[in-house]
Design a protein around this ligand. Structure first.
Ligand code: NOJ
Ligand code: CA
Length: 553
């Protein structure tokens, strides 16, 4: 695999704008705040994190019912985050530092306050009526049995025109009708608008929900679905296994409202537009019961440039499970496809909170960071992951995420993953001069940028050092991948990355006991999660508990 494009060598960082840095004391993060912190992300020296691209969760005009994933104007910035001029400055300041700008393309649905939808719902013969999905009901019942991903029926009754409209998420997020060519043209214009303004690419929100069965058939019950991959099922944590096994939360096989074959044509259309801009890139947020389905959205190199691999978020703390997952995914990717790895995002529990065992959490976090940054493909870091930010337990009364209020009773929502970035140990974590929109996360005195900055053994400095090392090592950027399994303890994951001139061995000990790894010859330790390792060449390597170590030939 040869990394020829910028995004194949890049380390990406996701910013949730509401929570990164507030510049004006209203408690809400904003674009001027992000600009203040760009040097922290990359000032061109190893004193900064060294990331190469930022994916911004949406900061477009929005009533914020789903915190920006409900857009009311695709081509403007929401006043709570800034202005178009701030955006231009953001692009300029990012590019000055060699950071690319990825925007969030949320086009399965708009906000119900988008002028397109206001027109569409105004009358049955409005020219925009068919930009959304309107249907007659079955008597008093909705048109079919499809469920919203955020619970309840996916159909909402509209008294004014006497029909139902479809919403795969909240009722305030009506689905666009992708069968209508005018919708495609309008969204192509949005893509061009931002690329012309300096954006470098897009993360695509839920492309697998864009297209619907033209006959709007009822979904069958979940037990009618094709069999699930057994090993993949075994390699899920209990909670995720239960969800997968029982088709939760709605017991449906979503045969007719997800992953429709027409989606590929839509994505090819996007790709043609992106290809008008030589360096533009796309990455899809595609969730599926079958990883083959996710892989199919690479097309023949003519659909998405990358698709997130989300299975790590469901993987138990088990070296073998991680290895099997990586290899399964690599084996499914069409030739020439480029993987993208992630541990956490604004919808998922942070990895450190998922796995962390008291006393060794930071070691576990370093081990995962080493995995993420050394696998073949592009890593995505979620803001705060580099300082080990943890998810707080928030009392119900503080929950703002509609999913926490609406979904199943035991889902606490996604606010815990979205708490303010922790810049220092002051009351508001240096995020805001006012009251942050969500409380600050736990263990602030240790988990903040200022206190980790000066500590050479901190998690932050570990991420920095490894990111900067990765830039210099061709084998890590574009080397082939091969796992070593012979005589390797079952709780270790060992693989090599190699180009014709360079080989790096990645040895990860997932166990809390020391482990010995026989090496294929003499190797020199290059970098470890444990600072004190000697740099003398060895032919067997004894890893400390939870140690990760890179060795060179
Ligand atoms: C996926 C996004 O990541 C999530 O935050 C959002 O709620 C849904 N799509 C709906 O846009
Ligand atoms: Ca603000």
């Amino acid at each position: 695999m040869i990394a020829v494009k910028w995004w194949q060598k890049a380390v990406f960082y996701q910013i949730y704008p509401r929570s990164f840095m507030d510049s004006n004391g209203d408690g809400i993060g904003d674009i001027p705040g992000i600009i203040q912190k760009l040097d922290y992300l990359n000032d061109g020296t190893p004193q900064s994190l060294g990331i190469d691209a930022i994916w911004f969760s949406p900061f477009f005009v929005s009533p914020q019912k789903d915190f920006g994933y409900d857009i009311a104007d695709y081509c403007n910035i929401d006043p709570c985050y800034g202005t178009l001029e701030d955006f231009d400055r953001l692009v300029e300041e990012c590019h000055k530092r060699g950071i690319r700008v990825m925007l969030d393309l949320v086009v399965n649905h708009t906000s119900d306050q988008h002028p397109w939808f206001l027109e569409s719902r105004s009358s049955r013969d409005n020219p925009k009526r068919d930009w959304y999905i309107w249907r007659d009901g079955r008597g008093k019942k909705p048109p079919n049995n499809w469920r919203s991903i955020f619970s309840g029926s996916a159909w909402e009754w509209d008294e004014h025109t006497g029909q139902w409209y479809l919403h795969s998420f909240l009722r305030e997020q009506p689905d666009l009708n992708w069968a209508n060519p005018e919708v495609r043209e309008a969204i192509h214009a949005v893509i061009r608008f931002w690329l012309d303004r300096g954006a470098d690419g897009f993360r695509l929100d839920v492309p697998h929900t864009y297209c619907k069965d033209p006959q709007f058939r009822n979904n069958p019950p979940f037990w009618k679905r094709p069999p699930l991959d057994r090993q993949r099922l075994r390699d899920k944590v209990f909670f995720e296994k239960t969800i997968a096994l029982f088709g939760l939360p709605d017991f449906q096989y979503k045969q007719y409202n997800l992953h429709q074959p027409q989606t590929h044509e839509i994505l090819r259309g996007f790709r043609r537009v992106l290809d008008e801009y030589p360096d533009a890139v796309s990455i899809g947020e595609i969730l599926a019961d079958y990883p083959e389905t996710v892989a199919s959205y690479y097309g023949r190199g003519d659909e998405l440039h990358m698709n997130f691999y989300f299975d790590f978020a469901e993987c138990p703390w088990d070296a073998g499970a991680f290895r099997r997952r990586v290899e399964h995914w690599l084996s499914l990717l069409p030739a020439g496809s480029w993987p993208a790895w992630t541990l956490s995002n604004h919808d998922r529990i942070r990895a450190i909170s998922r796995y962390g065992k008291p006393g060794v959490e930071n070691q576990q976090a370093k081990l995962l960071a080493m995995l993420l940054l050394t696998l073949p493909g592009t890593p995505f870091i979620y803001y705060g992951e580099e300082i080990g930010m943890k998810d707080p337990r928030l009392p119900k009364r503080l929950i703002q995420d509609p999913v926490g209020k609406k979904l199943w009773p035991f889902h606490k929502g996604r606010d815990s993953q979205r708490t303010p970035m922790q810049w220092d140990d002051s009351e508001t974590a240096g995020f805001s001069a006012g009251t942050p929109w969500l409380p600050v996360g736990p263990e602030l005195s240790a988990r903040n940028v200022r206190s980790q900055d000066k500590d050479p053994s901190s998690l932050l400095n570990f991420w920095r050092n490894l990111i900067w090392l990765r830039k210099k090592k061709t084998a890590l950027l574009e080397g082939g991948y091969r796992a070593l399994t012979e005589n390797i303890p079952a709780d270790c994951y060992v693989f090599s990355r190699s180009t014709p001139g360079q080989e790096i061995l990645v040895c990860l000990n997932f166990s809390r006991k020391p482990r010995t790894i026989p090496l294929p010859g003499k190797r020199t330790p290059l970098f470890s999660t444990h600072n004190l390792r000697s740099k003398k060449p060895v032919d067997t390597l004894t890893l400390a508990p939870l140690e990760g170590c890179l060795l060179e030939a």
